[in-house]
Design a protein around this ligand. Structure first.
Ligand code: IMP
Ligand code: MG
Length: 173
């Protein structure tokens, strides 16, 4: 399956990440911000976002969730496969996602992390496919709204392939 239609170039991604980082720096009180990266899709985005943020105490933590298997549509079943290994109670927490599709993953994750009493809990996603939303979820920082297409690259995969592309491309059917 070819992935040759570029939807968002790497330059556009980097420009938008700098803008998002400025917005985040303005919104957050001084002190640590815990970036909770949802593996695997957000590993490149979190690396670039973290480096665009200027304060020294950007903490980077990882969680993993599985809902897709190798299919292109959500199974609707969200499973935690790797939990955090830090206590986030009383901290500023920002969940970092690659893409919001149905919203099921983030609804589940937000509920789970809220129970741990962070000082604040917000979401930053690089991509948003609003047309596909099943579970409404409040997302504070959105990189790009995209149409209902299956995209790969910049961390996003299809059956584990294409994560290493520098830009975001539409996977042809
Ligand atoms: P949701 O629970 O349906 O919102 O699914 C979110 C997750 O599905 C994302 O974190 C991705 O891993 C995956 N996903 C959704 N749409 C795409 C896409 O277009 N390309 C690659 N992965 C996707
Ligand atoms: Mg993901």
């Amino acid at each position: 399956m070819p992935a040759d239609r570029v939807l968002i170039t790497s330059e556009q991604i980097q420009t938008r990440i700098r803008e998002m980082a400025e917005e985040i720096e303005r919104d957050y009180a001084p002190g640590p911000i815990y970036l909770v990266s949802v593996l695997k899709g957000s590993f490149i985005f979190v690396a670039d976002l973290a480096r665009a943020l200027r304060r020294p105490n950007i903490r980077i933590e990882f969680m993993a969730i599985s809902s897709y298997g190798n299919a292109k549509t959500s199974s609707g079943q969200v499973r935690l496969t790797r939990d955090l290994d830090v206590n986030i109670e009383g901290h500023q927490v920002l969940i970092v996602e690659d893409i919001i599709d149905s919203g099921l993953t983030l609804t589940y994750l937000k509920r789970l992390l809220e129970q741990r009493r962070p000082k604040s809990l917000e979401i930053a996603t690089l991509l948003d496919k609003p047309e596909r939303r099943v579970a409404p979820v409040a997302v504070k920082y959105v990189g790009f709204q995209i149409p209902d297409e299956f995209v790969v690259g910049y961390g996003l995969d299809y059956a584990e392939d294409y994560r290493n592309l520098n830009d975001i491309r539409i996977l042809q059917q």
